[in-house]
Structure formats: C-alpha cells, structure tokens
Design a protein around this ligand. Structure first.
Ligand code: AHR
Length: 578
C-alpha cells in the first residue's frame, strides 16, 4: 500500500516541475497540488517517527485530494451558442441514418444469420438479439448485398431450397453458402422495420439478370418469376425503396471509365424496373448511380460526367441519387489501430474525419452546376472509420474494435451530413455488424453494442427533423500539430415542434459550459443524454458492455437560455420543450 502511495507522490512532484503553460489542462491540475508537496518538506524536519507518520498521512491526504480534483478536471471552457428556431433549413432525411450490410466476414453470417437450427435464439434463422438492438435504433434502410460483393453476386444462387455454394473472392476468399439470400434479407428488414437498398450487379452481371431480380422481388402480376417467389414462400411483392446501380464501378466494380459506366448505367436505369403496385406513384424506387470515392480529379471528373449526362437525360432513363464513398482511414492501407491508442491518434483521426465536409461541398458544387434544383441526392452510402485489422483476425474480414473515438467520429459525420441536408438525402455507415465501424459486435451467442450504436440511438430524434442553424465559436482544441474546433453542434425541430440539440465536445481534457440563447421558441425545460468514457479508446466488451453508454445529463432553461455542461470527449443530445 505505502510504496504505491509513495509512487503516486513521486509523480506529483514530477508533474509539479512542469510549467503550467506547456501542459494540457488535466496536468495543470496536478501542478496545483504542489503546495502539498511543499508542506511535506516541512514534515522532514520533525523526528523521524513522527515525520514518517505525518508523511504517510500527508501522502494519503495528497493522493485523495489529487484523486478528487482529477475527476472534475480543468476549469470549463465557456461557449456561447445561438439558435433561432424560427429559421429552419432542409429536412434531415431519415435515410441519412442508413446501414450497410455486405457479405463480408461475419457481417451477415453470424452477425445476422445463424440459421433456424442454431442454439442462438433466432426467428427463421435471424438472431433475435441483433434484431432487438437494431429495432431500437430505427434503422431506415439497409444497403445489401455489397459493396464489392454486389458486383459478383448472382441472386438466383440465393433463392429456393437448394442453394449453391460459391466463393467470396473479395473478402478472404471464403465460401459463400448463399443461405442468406433475397427472402432472408427481406425477412430481416421486416423484423427490424427497415427498407431495402439493393445494389445490383453491374460489374459481372447483365441488365437482364438485374431486371429479372427486380421482377422476382416486386411483380404482383402472376408472371413466372412472381410465381416462383410465391412458391419460395412470399406471394406478396416485396418493396425495394432504393436501387444501387453498381458499386465503385471505377474500381472493384469493374474498373470502368466514366463513359463506359454511363452507357451501362443508362441501360440498367431503363430496364431494371420496380413493378410493385404500391411503388408506382408514391414511394417510387430511387435509383442511385455510382459516384465519387474521393476528392482528387478522377473523382471530380466522374461526378462531372454523371451529372452532365443527367442534365441531358431523356425520358428513357433517370437517376435520383449519386453515391459517394468516404472512409476515415488516414492513409491506405489502414494502419491506425482501433484500440490501444492515445490522444495523438484520437486527434489525427478526428481531423481526417472532418474532411467529409469539404468533400461533400466539392461534389455538391459540381452537382449544383448541372442540377441547381437539387433533384439528384448525394447518397454517402459508405462512410465510417477503417482501421488496421485486429491482430489475429482474418485481414479480409475487416474486423476492428469500436471506441469512444468512433462515437465522436460518428456524431461529427452525422452533423456534417445534417448540415448538407439539402443535397445529402441518404447515407449508410459501413458496416452494421462485425465489420469496420459497426453498431454491433457478436461472437457466437454473445453480442455487445458499440459506442457508435449509442450515437445512432441518441440521434433518432434527428431522423426526419427540420434542420435549424446554430451559430457558435468554441475556439480550438489543439494537440501537437492538430487543431480541431473544440465543439460541434447541430439543431433540428421535430414534427411536434420540439427543438433538439446535438453537441460534441471534441476536447478530451477540458469540459465545456454551454450557454445557448434560444430565439423563436418559448423554452420551458430541457433534458438529455450524454455519452463519454474514461479514455479516448474506451470500448464496450462482452464482459464490460457498459463502459461507453449514454447517461442522463442535466440542462437548465432560464430566461430564454439553455445552460449545459459537456464532459470532455463527449456527445450530448438535448431536447428543449416548447
Ligand atoms: O466496406 C468495404 C468495402 O469498401 C466495400 O465493399 C467497397 O465498396 C468499399 O471499397
């Protein structure tokens, strides 16, 4: 016991030698305890026995006081926000909160599908725990079956009683059992209450194969394909809300030039029809063309080409969206670790992730040139953190942990997407379960919800809400050569007139005191939740699932102002009752 205390005392002395100005705020606190060290030097002049007793009690006292003051941390930074709820912007499309489930690693098999004979509780082969968790975050749509996998997927192998076993050359070269096919996907969507975003095979398939798949899924008339669907257990036509015409056709989807892709895309757009009678007038299927994967000239040229063609399109083809992929990776191949990192990697990854804003602005500006009325949506249908594979995992399975850093990264991206709500009307985080920045991690019968999951849960009120501009200047959080805005915030009004505020404190060391002036709303009360954890790389594990979970936060409303304290490295969502 005593040696440990002495060690603690030693560290206090070392910190006390440092200059407060050069230290992060948390460490400055340690220097404030230096007066206790000074007192302890007086103790050495006393008799050795008394001195030793006194020394021990001083060390205990110092340690307790240091422990007490390290928890509340440094003095809070004050940040003023100003919100006028009468000045509304675009609606934040709920499809911005979409998910992506590719046949990759344990994303589908084990993550969703365990089969009806599994000991893991399931409904028709789909695991109940995962369904329960996903229902709770109100997933609007799921993009499936890929990703790169989509351009090698042949839907016929995944229907009927006899399923072909194929290969998955993109992702680990493993066998693909095809036991999770069209009917299982649609059943899964029904169970979680989400819509289908189906990506058809443009790379190695044909327009006919894709057209027949759509007829199989959506025809109500008694065609041979509709009857086959009925014989396979589903007489009623399925709905397909979104159709992806290829995936990364400039790369894993067939290495096409913009012109080559355009000629393919027009054919698919024309012939891959949705026949569902309920999707003819209202709720028409939205067709999403392949779009950019970065900001370099090859991507801006791609966007130019597709949007220019769109501007000149005739009655015979159309698109409703342009996809964009943007991963937070730092550098390829992914080398940042998903656990066991510190403030340097935390700040660098957040800096990279904020580049999403510039990328959207860049491609939106091109789209504006050809589509000033913003008829074509930008659909960021792959985004999220892509780190080095966890040691010991199959590198083709893209397995990574999910930490508090990912929660903050998710909130920052959702805020960016919301700020671009007039153009960005869809997005899909990659990926839903067990792959990349997942909501859920499973291992056999075990399941754990990640910090990212909780951000999606806290952000539910923003689904379909109307954007309300927020102005603020929180100053900068700096670490090494990285400078990041200390806070980020969005606001939106829901259908009941309630105002919602999502605020992130990026600074891992200092709390923030928010004072928000509220105009255009007579605020009565406020309540909310906050998500933080002891460390930037804190994670939830099967054994400790509650390390990073939301907790209630108190907010005060007085005289048209909202007062709220944000913990360091936290995501907070607050509702203001009119
Ligand atoms: O999400 C993993 C892969 O990333 C997808 O299959 C592909 O579209 C992208 O390159």
């Amino acid at each position: 016991m005593v040696p440990e205390l002495e060690q603690e005392s030693q560290s206090i002395v070392e910190y006390s030698k440092l200059q407060p100005d050069t230290l992060p705020a948390r460490r400055v606190l340690f220097t404030q305890s230096s007066s206790f060290i000074h007192h302890s030097s007086v103790a050495f002049r006393l008799s050795s026995q008394r001195a030793s007793i006194l020394m021990r009690s001083l060390v205990v006292g110092c340690t307790l006081i240091v422990m007490a003051i390290t928890v509340p941390m440094a003095a809070a930074q004050k940040v003023d926000l100003s919100i006028d709820a009468s000045k509304t912007g675009a609606k934040i499309d709920r499809n911005v909160f979409g998910q992506f489930a590719e046949h990759l690693g344990h994303g589908v098999y084990e993550g969703i599908w365990v089969g009806p004979d599994s000991r893991i509780p399931n409904t028709r082969g789909i695991r109940n725990d995962v369904v329960g968790a996903l229902k709770a975050i109100k997933v609007p749509n799921v993009r499936w079956p890929g990703g790169c996998f989509a351009d090698e997927y042949h839907w016929r192998k995944g229907i009927g009683p006899q399923r072909s076993v194929t290969l998955n050359p993109n992702w680990g070269g493993v066998t693909e059992a095809n036991t999770f096919g069209t009917h299982e996907f649609m059943d899964f969507l029904d169970q979680i209450g989400a819509e289908a975003y189906v990506s058809v095979n443009v790379g190695s398939g044909t327009p006919q194969e894709a057209a027949e798949w759509l007829e199989y899924m959506t025809a109500a008339a008694p065609t041979t394909l509709a009857k086959e669907r009925a014989a396979n257990g589903h007489p009623a036509p399925y709905k397909v809300a979104l159709l992806g015409i290829g995936n990364e056709s400039w790369d894993c989807g067939g290495n096409m030039t913009p012109d080559y892709y355009l000629s393919q895309m027009k054919v698919y757009s024309r012939f891959v029809r949705n026949f569902n009678p309920e999707q003819q007038d209202k709720h028409q299927m939205l067709k999403i063309a392949v779009g950019p994967g970065g900001g370099e000239p090859r991507w801006t040229e791609w966007t130019e080409a597709v949007m220019k063609a769109y501007q000149q399109h005739t009655w015979s083809w159309d698109i409703n969206g342009l996809s964009m992929h943007n991963y937070t990776v730092g550098h390829w191949p992914p080398s940042y670790t998903s656990v066991g990192f510190g403030e340097t990697e935390y700040s660098q990854i957040l800096k990279f992730t904020l580049e999403m804003d510039g990328l959207i602005s860049k491609h939106s500006a091109i789209m504006d040139k050809y589509d000033p009325d913003k008829k074509v949506a930008l659909v960021v249908d792959e985004w999220g953190a892509w780190y080095a594979p966890l040691p010991g995992s199959n590198p083709g399975f893209l397995v990574q942990q999910n930490s508090l850093r990912d929660a903050i990264l998710a909130a920052l991206n959702l805020n960016i997407l919301a700020r671009h709500a007039d153009r960005v009307r869809g997005a899909n985080i990659a990926q839903m379960i067990n792959v990349l920045q997942a909501m859920i991690i499973t291992d056999k019968e075990k399941m754990v919800l990640t910090p990212t999951y909780y951000v999606f849960k806290m952000y539910i009120p923003f689904q379909g809400a109307t954007f309300v501009p927020v102005t603020f200047d929180g100053g900068w959080y700096t670490h090494g050569d990285v400078a990041l805005p200390r806070v980020d915030a969005i606001a939106a009004k829901d259908a009941n007139g309630k105002l919602w505020l999502g605020i992130t404190n990026l600074d891992p060391n200092q709390p923030v005191e928010i004072e928000a002036s509220l105009a255009g709303i007579t605020a009565k009360s406020a309540a909310g939740e906050t998500l933080t954890a002891p460390k930037v790389d804190s994670v939830n594990t099967f054994d400790t699932p509650n390390t990073v979970v939301p907790k209630p936060v108190s907010a005060r409303v007085q005289g048209g102002k909202l007062a709220l304290k944000l913990e360091p490295k936290s995501v907070t969502v607050v509702s203001v009752e009119p």
